[in-house]
Design a protein around this ligand. Sequence first.
Ligand code: HEM
Length: 477
Amino acid sequence: KNGKLQMPPSPRGQLPILGHLWRFDPTRPFRTIDKWAKELGDVITVYFGSTPVIVLSRQRVIREAFLKEGENFSGRPSLFVHESCWGKGHVISDGPRNSLLRRHLLAILRSKCRGVDSIQELVTVEIKRMHEYIEKQMGKNDYADIFLEDTVFYVVGNVLTQLVLGRRHEHGSIEFRESARWLDETTRLMEKSSALTFLPWLRHLPGGGLGYAEMKTQAKRVQDLMREDIHDRRRSGEYKDPSRTDLTSVFMRKIDEEMVGNEDLFSDEMLVRLMTEMFFAGIQTECNTFGWAFLYFLFYPEVQRECRQQILEALDSSEEILWNEKDRIPYLEATVAEVQRLANIAPFSMPHKNHEETTLDGYRIPAGSLIFMNLYTTLLDDHVFENAKEFRPERFLNGLRLDRARMAASMPYGIGPRMCMGESIARLELFCVIGSLLRTYSFEQTPGEKYSLDQKMELTIHPSKYRIRVRKLARTD
Ligand code: HEM
C-alpha cells in the first residue's frame, strides 16, 4: 500500500554478503551505528550481512513505533542459533498465543512482589549473607580488596534461583559454583556464536563453526538439568502445594490445569525453555549493571558520599533499606538510573519485528522487517539529557523528588509490549543492594588496578572485572 514510499536511508559502503558489517567497529558497533544515526536520521537501514535491519533511534521515533504501534512492532525475528539450539520459549516467540504466555509469566512475577517469600524478603536475606561474606573477607582488618561484582553475583543468582526454582545455594557451595559455571560457559558460547545470527552459513566452517557445535551440546546439557528438576518434582508431587510460589511450581500447576488444548503454551518442554530464559535474561544483565555502578562510584566518590548521607539521614541504623521506602532516598534511585543510562548495557535492546507494513518518518517499513531499538543513541541524546556523556545523578531529580518525566525518557529496559519483564525486580535489587553497601562501606581503588569506564560490546556492554577496596565506615561516618 505504501509502494511509492522509500525505504529508510542506508550508510555508504554496503558490500554483497557482508552488507555494512565490515564497517563496524568490531568491539563497539553501537558507536558506528550512533554515528550513522546522527548523520542519516532516526530511521535508517543497516545491512547486517544481507539482512536489512531498520534501526530506530531517539524518543520520538521509538515511542511512535513501540508504544503507538506497540502491537505491530512486538514481533521477534527468527534467531537462528537460539532457535536451533534452545528452541522457542517466550523471549524469541511472538503472536497472540505468546502474549497470553507473557501475561501468565508476568502474573507469576507480580505475585512474587507481595507476600511472605516476596522478592523484597529474598533480597533482604541475601543482603545479610553478602555482608557476612564481606566481613569474612576483611577478617580483622577494616577493609578488603574484593571482586565485588562476583560478590553480588551470589545475591543476584540466589534471588533468581529462588524466583525460578524456590531454593538458594550457600556462598562458595559446589551447587552454586556449578550453576555459575554453566551460566558463564553458555554466555561465552553465545558471544562466540553471535555472528551466526546474521551469517548462519558460518556454522559450516571447520573447527566447530564459531562455537555452534559446542553450543548445541551445551544447550542440551543445561536443559537436561531443568528437565531433571521438573521430573523430580513430578515424582514427589511437591509442586502441588499452593504455598510454593516459585515460577517452576506455579507453572507446573498451570500445566496440570490447562494443558489440554494448550499444549503449545503449557507443557514441561515449554517450562524447560522458560526456566533457562529467565536465568539468561536476569543474571548477567544485573551483574553488569552492578559492575558499572561500582566503577562509577570509584570515579565519583562525591556521589557515594551524597547517597550515603541521604541514607543516613532518612533511616536509623536498625532500619533495612526497603524498596517501598525509596521516596525517602531519591538521590539513590537517581544514581541507579544514571548508572543504567550511561552503562547502556543493552544498546540495541532485543531485536524486534513488525507484523504489518507501516510508515515511520515518511519511510516505508515493509512487513516482517528486522527492527533494532537503538537505546545507545537514545539514552545519550543531548537534546533530552543535557551534556549526556556526563555522570550526573541530579539530572533525575526535580528538587527533592525524582523527576518522573526524565525517568521515563531513560529506558534501559526498553518500552512497549515486549519491555523487560524483570524491571521491577532489577530496580528493587539494585536499589537495596547498592544502598546497603554504601551505608556500611566506602568503595576505593585497590592500588595497582587500572580502572576504565571504556565500553566494549560482547553480548551486552559489560565492564571488566576489578578488585575494589571495600572499607568499613566508622559508625559516625
Ligand atoms: C538491570 C537489569 C536488566 C536490564 C537492563 C534488562 C533489559 C532488558 C531489555 C532491554 C529487554 C528487551 C526489551 C525489548 O525487547 O524491547 C529485556 C527483556 C527481557 N527481560 Fe530484562 N533486563 C534486566 C533484568 C531482567 C531480570 C532480572 C529478568 C528476570 C527476572 C529479566 C527478564 C526479561 C525477559 C523475560 C525479557 C523478554 C521479554 C519479552 O520478550 O517479552 N530481565 N530486558
